[in-house]
Design a binder for this molecule. Structure first.
Ligand SMILES: *[C@@H]1O[C@H](CO)[C@@H](O)[C@H](O)[C@H]1NC(C)=O
Ligand SMILES: *[C@@H]1O[C@H](CO)[C@@H](O)[C@H](O)[C@H]1NC(C)=O
Length: 282
């Protein structure tokens, strides 16, 4: 009986740390501006810097692109800012691997090397910031509106730059997204992880593994099936928590099945899937 206590204490503190979110009242807008002359999208939380880009450098304000933190809070990670002077391109990433690659390709840390702090995963209601790239003009364009990104002519989807809080039409932060964010089938991984060989699965086929949590049943639930996720939220009182990861719906090169099981006795029977062999592959 008492020997169980350390485990329970550990589990409780682990759950508490997993469920802690950054303070949404500290969020600030990440302003977006565009310069069609040099073809560059520029993002900053610094209003003074944005004003000088507008008045001196030929940029036009395009509003707030996302809400981010200016200091590192629980669960957040730096969104680094790099600049390529020859190509006139601002580049933002949270990937250290990518920074090394971009530094060797002509980009350097910008005057402000950190644009803000974002979540590395879709947690706490945060949604993806998509990164688009125009290889002809050499411009990286970031948007949380996938429809806008997909409509941008000459740009290809390079994946996710980070997870932030959505901007809304009236300028107030939308702190959680009510619907799952599904990536289009054309999505590709970041350039750093794009070095595919014949032994890699096709990244373009990867789809989001959606995550939800039920505090009533104390259960985390994951599925790639958005209808099933909608049911879990609508019928079984789960709260949608975003994309947990990306995986394949069918078995591709070097992938193995990720099985799914359910214990009806430990968790309240909110869902009716038990010991069901999943078709998902990882
Ligand atoms: C904001 O930008 C101005 C002008 O570039 C700069 O002088 C100032 O240090 C920046 N403030 C912060 C907090 O980075
Ligand atoms: C997705 O979930 C719905 C509702 O649970 C189910 O009817 C459907 O068969 C599922 N689709 C796939 C491809 O598993």
């Amino acid at each position: 009986m008492f020997s169980l206590l350390p485990t329970l204490v550990f589990l409780t503190s682990w759950l508490a740390s997993v469920l802690t979110c950054a303070d949404t009242s500290d969020l600030v807008p990440l302003w977006r501006a565009y310069n069609g002359g040099v073809v560059d999208h520029f993002y900053t939380t610094n209003v003074t810097e944005m004003e000088s880009a507008l008045t001196q450098d030929g940029y036009s304000l395009e509003g707030s692109s996302a809400y981010v933190w200016t200091t590192q809070e629980t669960g957040t990670t730096p969104l680094y800012r790099l600049f390529n002077q020859d190509k006139n391109d601002h580049f933002y990433t949270m990937s250290n691997d990518e920074i090394a690659e971009m530094l060797s390709a002509g980009w350097a840390y910008d005057t402000t090397p950190i644009a803000g702090y974002v979540y590395p995963f879709s947690i706490c209601g945060a949604a993806p910031i998509y990164r688009m790239f125009n290889p002809t003009a050499v411009d990286h364009f970031y948007t949380m509106d996938i429809a806008e990104g997909e409509a941008a002519s000459g740009y290809v989807n390079q994946g996710i730059a980070g997870y932030a809080v959505l901007p809304s039409v009236d300028g107030s932060a939308v702190v959680s997204s009510p619907t799952p964010y599904l990536l289009p089938s054309t999505v590709t991984a970041s350039s750093a992880s794009e070095a595919t060989t014949s032994s890699c699965a096709t990244t373009g086929d990867a789809i989001p593994l959606l995550r939800a949590y039920s505090s009533i049943g104390t259960d985390h639930f994951y599925t790639t099936n958005s209808s099933e996720m909608s049911n879990a939220v609508a019928v079984d009182a789960y709260t949608f928590e975003g994309d947990a990861t990306f995986l394949w719906a069918t078995q591709e090169t070097n992938t193995v099945p990720l099985y799914r099981m359910f214990n009806q006795n430990v968790h309240r029977p909110l869902l009716h899937h038990r010991c069901q062999r999943s078709k998902r592959r990882l």
